[in-house]
Design a protein around this ligand. Structure first.
Ligand code: SF4
Ligand code: SF4
Length: 380
């Protein structure tokens, strides 16, 4: 942690952050408990944060557990990601009415506005995921002004992980656990016997201006060491590993590996992995009318490469089997994404492992394919 930019904020002063953000016109989105999970929603004070909760994650398993302290950010990641705000699950694109002659009125596009968001609690892997999704949505020649409007002026307050979950493997993907850029302010939460405080690192000019509105003090050697110890603890606890050596070519060499059949016997093709993934971006559009046929709207909705319809082209689906759909998803994440967008599509957050109803684990599948080459099982 940089010594020059480290400050402390005491727990009792934490709500000043909400006041300062509200004065600047920000709508704060942060973690809160709903339906027995930690999700991202609009929040107005620290009372709405998941105080004293942690999450327990394993393949096909997610549970909230009480902590023995009152940590505000003592969990890893839940089913939501910031993708909900970069690419909302459903948006109306336009609407129209029947005109007096029975035709359609001019299409009325949706206003291209978005609230001025402050994201509170983004983890290092999530900052990387936001960057990856930005490249997908905003990096091409033809971008949607609505996607751009949603990302303009977003302020990011990151939280450094002080623990890692059993399904985390950000260290393998080079995306964490400690955030080094991509934030306006980064917080490390420290709980000591008689003191609960945050060590703050400023990442931008507006982060510095925001800090100026909070009661803070320079971080001393003890506080900086406590923050570093928290970062080291998270790195040491990493629950899983994924060997990414030559992974793109490894997967390209193994498109006919029998392991795809084995995983397809378990995979339900439910698409949960794509819904929770912070970088999966497939969408489809749907037109709806009212019963009288007077009003029509077009909606864009999240879709998934696991649905048969998604790969339906004239004559049928080009990925009719679960084997081909799982292979498409995993090879896109770890191989073709690199050719398409210049980086892996996976940040190692582990959500797809925890939220897969049958506990399919992308790290285990990649390992099985790698190991199969060692025993000569690959079918080029
Ligand atoms: S593929 Fe899985 S581990 Fe990788 S970013 Fe998506 S949800 Fe996270
Ligand atoms: S891998 Fe798991 S979450 Fe993904 S489609 Fe198959 S069963 Fe569903």
């Amino acid at each position: 942690m940089s010594e020059s930019a480290s400050h402390t904020l005491e727990r009792q002063d934490f709500d000043e952050l909400f006041g300062a953000l509200a004065r600047r016109g920000y709508t704060v989105v942060g973690p809160t408990v709903r339906d027995q999970a930690i999700v991202y929603e609009e929040i107005a004070s620290s009372a709405e944060l998941p105080i004293g909760w942690t999450d327990e994650q394993e393949a096909g398993h997610y549970r909230l557990r009480r902590r023995e302290d009152a940590a505000l950010f003592g969990y890893n990641v839940g089913p939501h990601s910031w993708k909900r705000y970069q690419l909302p699950p459903e948006v109306r694109l336009w609407r129209a009415r029947r005109d007096a002659d029975g035709g359609l009125t001019e299409l009325e596009p949706e206003p291209r506005t978005a609230p001025r968001y402050a994201f509170l609690g983004a983890r290092s892997c999530e900052l990387h995921a936001m960057g990856i999704l930005d490249r997908v949505l905003l990096g091409g020649a033809h971008t949607d002004p609505a996607d751009r409007a949603r990302r303009e002026d977003v302020l990011v307050i990151a939280v450094q992980c002080a623990q890692a979950g059993n399904t985390c493997f950000c260290s393998s993907m080079g995306t964490g656990p400690t955030a080094e850029s991509g934030f306006d302010i980064a917080l490390t939460e420290v709980l000591e016997q008689d003191r609960h405080y945050f060590v703050l690192e400023v990442g931008s000019e507006r982060g510095g201006e925001l800090l100026g509105e909070l009661r803070h003090a320079p971080a001393g050697q003890h506080e900086r060491a406590a923050a570093s110890a928290a970062h080291d603890r998270a790195a040491a606890q990493m629950g899983r590993e994924l060997d990414v050596t030559d992974i793109r070519d490894l997967l390209y060499r193994n498109l006919e590996n029998p392991r795809w059949e084995e995983v397809a016997e378990r995979c339900l093709s439910c698409g949960n992995c794509t819904m929770v993934c912070p970088t999966c971006f497939c969408t489809s559009v749907e037109d709806v009318t009212d019963l009288a046929g007077e009003h029509v709207e077009r909606h864009q909705r999240w879709d998934s490469c696991f649905t048969v319809d998604y790969s339906h082209i004239h004559g049928g689906s080009v990925r009719a089997s679960t084997r081909s759909r799982y292979r498409q998803w995993m090879t896109h994440k770890l191989a073709t994404w690199i050719d398409q967008f210049g980086s892996s599509g996976c940040v190692g957050c582990g959500r797809c492992i925890a939220w897969c109803p049958v506990g399919i684990d992308i790290t285990e599948e990649a390992r099985a394919i790698r190991d199969s080459e060692a025993v000569g099982d690959a079918r080029p």
